[in-house]
Write a new protein. Structure first.
Length: 237
C-alpha cells in the first residue's frame, strides 16, 4: 500500500476528470497523497483496491437503482472488496448512495430533491459541520441500524459512517471549476435544474459566492476523515 488515492468518477469526459474532483483534489495533494482517477462506468478493469490508501467515489447523474446499468453492480462488488480489504472509502453524493447499498442500505427516488446550498443537522460537528453544503441530487438514502447517521435534514440522511468509511449526500468539493466540469457532461443541466424550480444562473452564483467557505469546510472534512480512517494525518503544506 502506497500514498495513492483512487478516485472513481462517473459520466465525465476524461479531460474534465480532475476538475470534477473540485476542491478535494488539491486538498488531497496538499497532504502528499497522489490521486489516480478512473472512470467506473467504463469497461476497463479497475486496479485492486489493496493498491490504495483510500478510495474516493464521486457523483453521477445515474441512479444506483437503475438496473439497466451493468457498471453499477460491478462497482458495488468492487467497493465490497475494498471494505473487506479494510481500504477506507469516502463516498460523495452517488458515491454515498452506492456505499450505503454496499453496507446493507437502500436508495430510492426522493420526495424532496435538493439542488442548492443547504444546512444539515449534525450530531458530530467536529467531523461534519452544519454547512452550508451544496446539494445536487434527487435520490434519498436509507441505512441499516449498524450504520451511524451523523447528519441529516428534512430531505433525509446527509452523512453516515460505517467503520472507517464515510458517505456524504452533499458535495463538499463544489467549486466553480467543478460546476463547469459537470455542465460540460450534462448538456441539459439548465433544463434539469429548471425542472426542479432552480435558476441555473443563481445556482452558479451561489457556488461562486460560497466557494471560499466551501473550500475551507471541505478541507476540514477531509482532514477529519483521513485522521479517523487512519489513512494518515498530515497537515496540508
Amino acid at each position: 500500500m502506497n500514498g495513492h488515492v483512487l478516485a472513481l468518477v462517473h459520466g465525465i469526459e476524461e479531460r474534465y476528470w480532475r476538475a470534477s474532483l473540485g476542491t478535494l483534489l488539491p486538498a488531497l495533494q496538499r497532504r502528499g497523497l497522489q490521486v489516480e482517477i478512473k472512470s467506473a462506468d467504463e469497461h476497463a478493469p479497475l486496479p485492486p483496491p489493496s493498491e490504495f490508501r483510500m478510495i474516493l467515489v464521486m457523483g453521477s447523474h445515474a441512479s444506483v437503482y437503475d438496473e439497466s446499468l451493468e457498471w453499477v453492480d460491478r462497482e458495488r462488488r468492487y467497493l465490497r472488496t475494498a471494505i473487506d480489504s479494510e481500504i477506507p472509502i469516502l463516498g460523495v453524493c452517488f458515491g454515498a448512495q452506492i456505499l450505503a447499498c454496499v453496507v446493507g442500505g437502500s436508495v430510492a427516488l426522493s420526495k424532496y430533491p435538493e439542488h442548492g446550498l443547504t444546512t444539515v443537522h449534525t450530531t458530530d460537528p467536529d467531523f461534519v459541520g452544519a454547512g452550508p453544503w451544496l446539494e445536487f441530487h434527487h435520490d434519498t438514502i436509507t441505512v441499516p441500524d449498524r450504520v451511524r447517521v451523523i447528519a441529516k435534514n428534512d430531505a433525509g440522511v446527509q452523512a453516515f459512517t460505517y467503520g472507517p468509511h464515510l458517505g456524504v449526500q452533499f458535495h463538499p468539493e463544489a467549486s466553480p471549476e467543478w460546476l463547469r466540469a459537470w455542465s460540460s457532461s450534462i448538456p441539459d443541466l439548465e433544463l434539469y435544474l429548471g425542472s426542479h424550480g432552480v435558476d441555473s444562473e443563481q445556482f452558479a452564483r451561489d457556488i461562486a459566492m460560497n466557494s471560499a467557505t466551501a473550500a475551507r469546510d471541505c478541507d476540514r472534512l477531509l482532514d477529519r476523515f483521513l485522521a479517523r480512517a487512519g489513512v494518515f494525518h498530515s497537515q496540508p503544506v
